[in-house]
Structures are given as structure tokens and as C-alpha cells.
Design a protein around this ligand. Sequence first.
Ligand SMILES: O=P(O)(O)OC[C@H]1O[C@H](O[C@H]2O[C@H](CO)[C@@H](O)[C@H](O)[C@H]2O)[C@H](O)[C@@H](O)[C@@H]1O
Length: 268
Amino acid sequence: MSESITSVLAQRPLGLVFDIDGTLSPIAPTPDAARLYPGAAEYLRQASRFAHVGIITGRAVADGARIVNVEGLTYVGTHGLEWCQGLPSTHEIELIPEAVPYAQPGQELLDLAEKELVPQIPGLIVQRKSVGGTLHYRLASDPEQARTKILATLKEPAARLHMHLDEGKRAVEILAPLTINKGKALRRFVEHFRLKGVIFAGDDRTDLYGLLEIERLRQDGYAAHGIAVQHADTPPALLEHADSVVHGVEAMVDTLQQMTIAIGEEKE
Ligand SMILES: O=P(O)(O)OC[C@H]1O[C@H](O[C@H]2O[C@H](CO)[C@@H](O)[C@H](O)[C@H]2O)[C@H](O)[C@@H](O)[C@@H]1O
């Protein structure tokens, strides 16, 4: 582990914050098939004895928590719009008030996708969230053609409904046009727990907001470190703004294990 990570891990209160897909869970053919890398849940559980552990994901909270399924973590879903201070089976999910007006327009776009795109693109998966959702074209016979078709079909209706389109891994995201993102969520997490040190890890476009917030937190005097999990399709900007890079989910979970051991030793 780098000296920079070690020095952040010595801070208390400490926060450890992770994305799910591509970070703790290998990319799978469908969203439902994704699983945490072996050992990851146990390391998160152990880490949560000594640090505030957060999951900040593009998935809905209920979906992300179903995959991670560790009690005592903070689950932040739908790119920062939903919060839950534990598993949703025992804790209430809070939808941030600014997002509420965009629930209906998001549903309309997803209805349109089901009506117009699903019949034309075999393999397209429509994933609904409390606000917006994701269209997964990974299983389409020609993914690039599917992507073009989805964006062309939704561009005008999205503008009319004041919704925002973004892209993830083989996926088009339908988002509320809010300035809330994973970076804002990370800042709120840090302030909520009055953290002195924080580590954030992610692998995709939307995780860039998290890495940029790590830079701002450091400028504001926090001990902060950003990790990019590199895959073949990792956006270059993510690598430029990361303080360290690990190669793939297995290496990320190995780093999580080392961090867990280090903070356990620090405590004793
Ligand atoms: O912020 P994340 O936790 O990384 O969530 C981003 C999106 O991840 C999921 O989709 C991605 O992973 C799937 C399973 O590995 C894969 O099949 C898909 O192609 C990827 O785009 C999730 O389903 C989305 O809701 C998230 O927005």
C-alpha cells in the first residue's frame, strides 16, 4: 500500500467509500448477475468496525444493498439521490427532496424506451430506479448500433422532459438534471461523519466526480486519497485524477483487505 493511503488510514474519524460495479464487483452480462468479489463483503464488515464505510453507486439503494448486503454501512444510490444509513430492510431510504419532481418524467422516458426500443433491440434491459433508470445494451447483437439508436430516440424527449442522458459501461443512464453526483454525495458523507480522512475508489465515468471531490477535500485540509480501478475501457480522465491505480476488481479487493488489516492494527 502507498504511503499516501497509509497516512489517510491513520486518521480518525476515517471514511472508506466504494463504488460497486467494476470496483467491488466484476462487470457481469446483466445487472442482476453481478456479485461482490469473494471476500469483499467480509472485509467491508471488518472495516466498518474501525471506519465509516460508504457505498456510493449508480444503482438504486435497494439494488446496491442487495448485492453488498452488509449491515452498518451507509448506502448512497442513484448517483447520490438516495440515502440509507444501513440495510433497507432495517433502515428507511431517503430520497433527496430536489429529486422528487423528476420521478415522473423519468418514468415517462423509461416507458418510451420499453415501448419503442425494447421491440427493436433484442437483449436491451430497462432498469427502473426511483428517479430515472438505466438502459443496458451489453447483450444487443450490435452494441454500438444499439447505443446510437437509444441516444437518437431519447434525445428529444429527454430535452422536452428536462431529463439528462449520460453514459456508463454499455449503458445509457437517464438522470435528473441536478448537480448532485457522486462527488457531492462524498462531500456530504464526509461532513455528516465529521471525517478527518477519507478514501474513495471507483472505476467509471460517474466516479470521476468522486475523484475530483477527493482533490477538493485535500485542498480543504482533509487527508484524502482517490483510487481508480483500471479496466480496458477506463476513461483516461479517471486515471489522470486518481492518486493511485489498481488493475481490476481482484486487485481492488486485495487493497481493501490490506486497508482493513491496517486500520485494525492502528486501533490496537
Ligand atoms: O456506480 P456503479 O455502482 O458502478 O453503478 C453504475 C451502473 O452499474 C451497473 O451497470 C454496470 O454493471 C452491470 C453489472 O456488472 C453491467 O451488466 C452493465 O453493463 C454496467 O453498465 C448498474 O446496473 C447500473 O444501474 C449502474 O448505474
